[in-house]
Design a protein around this ligand. Structure first.
Ligand code: RTP
Ligand code: MG
Length: 153
């Protein structure tokens, strides 16, 4: 039994344009995580800069913000036991070339920039809550029961 937790995930513009939203959502559903919120949006530049604020001094920052604002993203909140760590495990490494087969980036990612998905960082405690708040209002987080609830946490 692990603690119930919510984590933030988004399919990046490359994943949306390649038609990978369904594939990515399916992986989390099949794993037994519960979808709590989701929306299809174009991220305003100031939100993108805030979201990736931890990287503002890095040389790739401007390019990263350009990329994440280059097209629509599908933003989601998923819930489950130890969800942030679990999701990052499923996502793989930052660079798809270093991500094992079976991970989302290992199976679907193209390169360091076009790595199809963002997920909150389990090594940065609180990043999940911070990112959820950045993208969603409280009223957009939907509470409901799944019949297999007992397996989720
Ligand atoms: P994300 O935040 O997008 O889920 O990715 P991540 O945690 O795996 O990696 P992070 O270190 O947070 O970096 C954010 C995104 O910046 C791009 N990046 N480029 N050296 C580089 O050129 C470089 N390093 C990172 C990647 O697209 C990464 O997903
Ligand atoms: Mg990150």
């Amino acid at each position: 039994m692990s603690e119930r937790e919510r984590t933030f995930v988004m399919v990046k513009p490359d994943g949306v344009k390649r038609g990978l939203i369904g594939e990515i959502v399916s992986r989390f559903e099949e794993r037994g995580l519960k979808l709590v919120a989701g929306k299809f949006i174009e991220i305003p530049r100031d939100l993108a800069e805030e979201h990736y604020g931890e990287h503002e001094d890095k040389p790739f920052f401007e390019g990263l913000v350009d990329f994440i604002t280059s097209g629509p993203v599908f933003a989601m909140v998923w819930e489950g036991g130890d969800a942030t760590r679990q999701v990052r495990h499923m996502v793989g490494e930052t660079d798809p070339a270093e991500s094992p087969a079976g991970t989302i980036r290992g199976d679907l990612g193209l390169d360091l920039g076009r790595n199809v998905i963002h997920a909150s960082d389990h090594e940065d405690p609180g990043s999940n809550e911070r990112e959820i708040e950045l993208f969603f209002d409280e009223a957009e987080l939907i509470d409901y029961e799944r019949p297999d609830e007992a397996l989720l946490y």
